[in-house]
Design a protein around this ligand. Structure first.
Ligand code: C2O
Length: 535
C-alpha cells in the first residue's frame, strides 16, 4: 500500500456559466474539484489550506474512516471547522473499499461548488469482477445557481420558506450545448467504436435526485457507492445526491454523436421544474459529423422508472465479495423523516419550514460531538434520541397530523461496538411527501427492503432480502414510502446521519449515532491528531 499526498487550497475563483460570472469557493481553482486517485488499502493525506473568508471542512463521502472519525469532516460533528488562514491534514486509510466515492465541503452550502471524485482502484494485481474497460471517465453531476449559494440559503432562512431552485444542472461543470447560453458547448466524451468504457457517475447536486442516460446506448451498472453489484443492464439510471454509480458503456455504434443527459427526478406535488444538463458522446470516427441522437429522459415524476431501477439493484455477493447482512438485530429502529412548520419570531413569514427525524429537529452543537464524546465533555448532547416517533399517524399524508411542530435538540442514539442495527426510514406526508436520500457516515448498510405507503412490519418484513441486498452509504427513501437498512456498528466514533438534500439538512433532518469503543485492541477510536481544528 502507498501513501498518497494531496494539497487542497481553498480559494475563490470567478466562474462564468449561463452568461453570468460570479466568484465561487473552489479547491485549487477547479469546478468540479480535483479527483483523488488511490488504491484499496492506501493511506491518503490531504492538506487543506483555507484561503477564503468562510469556515471550511471536507467530508470524504463513503470512506469508512475505520477508527479515524477525526478525519470524517462534518463540521461540529467530528471536528471544528478549519477557520480562515488555518490548515488541517485529513489522514485516513481506504480499508476494504474500492470503487467511486467523492469528497465535498461539509459546512454551510459550500458543497455546491466544493466537491470532486475519489477513485479507489482495486489492490495491485486484483482485477475488476467485470470486463476490463478500455478507458474510465469520471462524471460529476451538479447544480448551478446564478446567485451566490450562501445568499440563496441565507435569504430562505430569513424568510422561513424554501430556497430558490438552481438555474441549471451540470455535467463535469457544464450545462451543455442544448441550453441557451451554455458554457463552452458542454462536456465531451470521445469513444472508439467497439470499445467498452467505465463511467464513474457521482451525484453532487445539492437538492435533486437525477435521471441519467446516454442516447442510443445501454448502461450496465457494476458498482454503487464503492460496492460491486450484480451487472444490471438499463436504459436510465437514477442517482440521488450522495450516491455514486459505476456503469459500463459499450460503444456499439459505428459513428455519430449521442447525447448524455441528466434531469431531475422529483416525486413531490411541490416539485418545481428544472433543466436538463447535457454532454456529448462522440465517436472518434465521426468528429466532424453533425448528426446527433437526442436522449429522451423520463418525466420528472416518473416514479415507476426510478422504483424499477432501484428495486433491481443487487449486491454482487460472490465468494470474493460476500454480502454480510446482519441477520440478528440488537436495535430495531423506526425513524420518520419529515418536514414540519415551527413558529419563528424573527422570520419574515412568522413561521419557518423545518425538518426532522422522529420529530426531532437537530440543533448543531457549539463544539464537535466527537470531541464531547471522546473527552467526556458534558452539556453538548444527550443520548436519548427516540427509537420510534412520539406519535404514530397515517404517514402517507392523506390526513395531516394535528400538530406540524417539531421538537428541537442535539440528541444522539448510542450503540455498543459491533451491535447490529435495523432502521426503517419512513417518509411522512407532513406538509408534503418527498424523496429523502438518507446518508449514514462511517458505515455501509444493506437496503433490505423498500416500498410505498406506511411500513407494515407484519406484511413488509417478510419480504426483506437478506441474501443479496444492495450495499451502499446513501439510500433514497421513496416519496410517501419507506426503506429498511441494516448495518453492524463496527466503527467506534460519532457518525452523522442526514438527508443529502442540502436544504433538508439545513432545516434539521439529521441526527448522529455514538458508537462506543469495543474491548479488543482494534476496537477503539484513535486519539485526535495534533492539528485538529479548535472551535
Ligand atoms: Cu455527503 Cu454528511 O455527507
Amino acid at each position: 500500500a502507498m501513501v498518497r499526498h494531496y494539497k487542497f487550497n481553498v480559494v475563490m475563483k470567478n466562474a462564468t456559466r449561463l452568461c453570468s460570472t460570479k466568484p465561487i469557493v473552489t479547491i485549487n481553482g477547479k469546478f468540479p474539484g480535483p479527483t483523488i486517485y488511490a488504491r484499496e488499502e492506501d493511506t491518503v493525506l490531504v492538506k487543506v489550506v483555507n484561503h477564503v473568508k468562510y469556515n471550511v471542512s471536507i467530508h470524504w463521502h463513503g470512506v469508512r474512516q475505520l477508527r479515524t472519525g477525526w478525519a470524517d469532516g462534518p463540521a461540529y460533528i467530528t471536528q471544528c471547522p478549519i477557520q480562515p488562514g488555518h490548515v488541517y491534514v485529513y489522514n485516513f486509510t481506504l480499508t476494504g473499499q474500492r470503487g467511486t466515492l467523492w469528497w465535498h465541503a461539509h459546512i454551510l452550502w459550500l458543497r455546491a461548488t466544493v466537491h470532486g471524485a475519489i477513485v479507489i482502484l482495486p489492490k495491485l494485481g486484483v482485477p475488476y469482477p467485470f470486463p476490463r474497460p478500455h478507458m474510465e471517465q469520471v462524471i460529476v453531476l451538479s447544480e448551478w445557481w446564478k446567485s451566490d449559494t450562501e445568499a440563496v440559503i441565507n435569504q430562505a432562512l430569513k424568510s422561513g420558506s424554501a430556497p430558490n431552485v438552481s438555474d441549471a444542472h451540470t455535467i463535469n461543470g457544464h450545462s451543455g450545448p442544448i441550453q441557451h447560453c451554455a458554457s463552452q458547448g458542454g462536456f465531451k466524451i470521445q469513444v472508439e467504436a467497439g470499445r467498452t468504457y467505465l463511467l464513474r457517475i457521482i451525484n453532487a447536486a445539492l437538492n435533486e435526485e437525477l435521471f441519467f442516460k446516454v442516447a442510443g446506448h445501454k448502461l450496465t451498472v457494476v458498482e454503487v457507492d464503492a460496492v460491486y453489484t450484480k451487472p444490471l443492464k438499463t436504459d436510465t439510471i437514477v442517482i440521488a445526491p450522495g450516491q455514486t454509480t459505476n456503469v459500463l458503456l459499450k460503444a456499439n455504434r459505428a459513428a455519430g454523436k449521442y447525447m448524455v443527459a441528466a434531469s431531475p427526478f422529483m416525486d413531490s406535488p411541490i416539485a418545481v421544474d428544472n433543466i436538463t444538463a447535457t454532454a456529448m458522446l462522440h465517436y472518434s470516427s465521426s468528429l466532424g459529423s453533425t448528426i446527433t441522437t437526442l436522449a429522451s429522459l423520463p418525466a420528472k415524476n416518473a416514479t415507476p422508472v426510478a422504483t424499477n431501477f432501484v428495486d433491481s439493484l443487487r449486491s454482487l455477493n460472490s465468494k470474493k465479495y460476500p454480502a454480510r447482512v446482519p441477520l440478528e438485530l440488537d436495535h430495531s429502529l423506526f425513524f420518520t423523516v419529515s418536514l414540519g412548520v415551527n413558529p419563528c419570531a424573527t422570520c419574515v413569514n412568522g413561521s419557518r419550514v423545518v425538518a426532522a427525524i422522529n420529530n426531532v429537529t437537530f440543533l448543531m452543537p457549539r463544539i464537535s460531538l466527537l470531541n464531547a464524546h471522546f473527552f467526556s465533555i458534558g452539556g453538548v448532547f444527550s443520548d436519548d434520541f427516540p427509537a420510534k416517533p412520539p406519535v404514530v399517524y397515517d404517514f402517507t399524508g392523506k390526513k395531516q397530523p394535528a400538530n406540524l411542530r417539531t421538537d428541537r435538540g442535539t440528541r444522539v442514539y448510542r450503540l455498543a461496538y459491533n451491535e447490529t442495527v435495523q432502521i426503517v426510514l419512513q417518509d411522512t406526508g407532513m406538509i408534503t411527501p418527498e424523496n429523502h436520500p438518507i446518508h449514514l457516515h462511517g458505515f455501509n448498510f444493506f437496503v433490505v427492503g423498500s416500498g410505498k405507503g406506511n411500513f407494515n412490519a407484519k406484511r413488509d418484513a417478510k419480504k426483506f432480502n437478506l441474501v443479496d441486498p444492495v450495499e451502499r452509504n446513501t439510500v433514497s427513501v421513496p416519496s410517501g414510502g419507506w426503506a429498511a437498512i441494516r448495518f453492524r456498528a463496527d466503527n467506534p466514533g460519532v457518525w452523522f446521519m442526514h438527508c443529502h438534500l442540502e436544504v433538508h439538512t439545513t432545516w434539521g433532518l439529521k441526527m448522529a449515532f455514538v458508537v462506543d469503543n469495543g474491548k479488543g485492541p482494534n476496537e477503539s477510536l484513535l486519539p485526535p491528531p495534533s492539528d485538529l481544528p479548535k472551535c
